[in-house]
Design a protein around this ligand. Sequence first.
Ligand SMILES: *Cc1c(COP(=O)(O)O)cnc(C)c1O
Ligand SMILES: [Zn+2]
Length: 423
Amino acid sequence: MSTLLDENTTHTLREGAFGHARALACRECGHEVALGPSYACPECFGPLEVAYDFPTVTREEIAAGPANIWRYKALLPVPSDIEQSPNTEPGFTRLLEAKNLARELGIDRLWVKDDSTNPTNSFKDRVVACALSAARELDAKVFACPSTGNLANAVAAAGARAGMKTVVFIPSNLEQPKQVNSAVYTDRLVAVDGNYDDVNKLASEIAGEEEGWAFVNVNVRPFYAEGSKTLGYEIAEQLGWRLPDQVVIPVASGSQLTKVDKAFRELVALGLVEDKPYRIFGAQATGCSPVSVAYKAGTDAIRPVKPDTIAKSLAIGNPADGIYVLDVCRRSGGAVEDITDDEVRDAIVLLARTEGIFTETAGGTTVGVLKKLVETGQLDTSLETVVINTGHGLKTLDAVSDRVGAAATIAPSYDAFVAANIV
Ligand SMILES: *Cc1c(COP(=O)(O)O)cnc(C)c1O
Ligand SMILES: [Zn+2]
């Protein structure tokens, strides 16, 4: 495993570099290691997760913070002066009540947490902001990631703002808008002839060979992953400091889903919200649904797949946190479900036409799965439900460009307009 803290230099961690984080703890055996660029347990190879000694935190202190994720800095592995370092300041995105979509689907109360309005138009800005802080504190020389698209956009933008050398690796068949959305921020976009799992393997190899690289979702993954908790904190705060009954969340690696659950449990433990049961549902596209397949088979054994779906931002065939997604969804009384690419396209248009929100294929997957959960009786329509929209439709225009378009092309005359019979 690479060390960011070059043994030949004198860089030492400054006091409070990771806020109130205490250690990295193994999810499997609980073994703790010192905070640093580690991601696998030295005892059992289980994934490491940030553990804290939280201070007392009040709703008022949080509300007095900035309108971005740093309002929750006391609950994240970041220093208390985090706002002084250039970053993209993501988060505190809108939580919209979706009355039209609720009526269409037959749900009593429905909200859309709209993360498409983040700085690079996906939820990835949250995790990257936390990873950037860790990379800085660990004195990393290069900021990098393997990506299915959105992560590369977020890393490239944050790296530019931080003035760091930034390298992003993507599958070469990625949608053009996502490629441009990265390349505009950095000269070091590397297109790899392979799928995401190939790109990820290459990144792990580089992390092992090179000194000083912070791969946001590889060797600083525990810090990166904590950023997703802010989605859960915001949903609770924006509902007036209470938990929803049901949440539907897309699953790629599965990190986001498990961290929203972690966020809810932390808020309860800190006394910031009242404890109550909630159900968490995972959404995948059928063309890459290893977690959904395992859920339906009633097994913990997730069989890796070769992705074949338009939901490229969810196309991780071997999801690192898949097994924990199964645990959260089963334990909470939720489920994991998947839909076809055609249903993804339908759902993108449905959300746009009912709520004026243009989502990418990942959001289409999530809204489409919400619809399917209602139709199959897996979701309780009398309970308050939140669906998370994680990305913006302008990044995946091709998904719906055949379905929508001009109602008519006419000459610039009133007669032609009337003849076209539009309204
Ligand atoms: C990465 C991504 C996800 C899923 O993230 P995981 O934490 O890996 O499950 C969901 N939606 C969008 C748009 C993404 O880019
Ligand atoms: Zn372990």
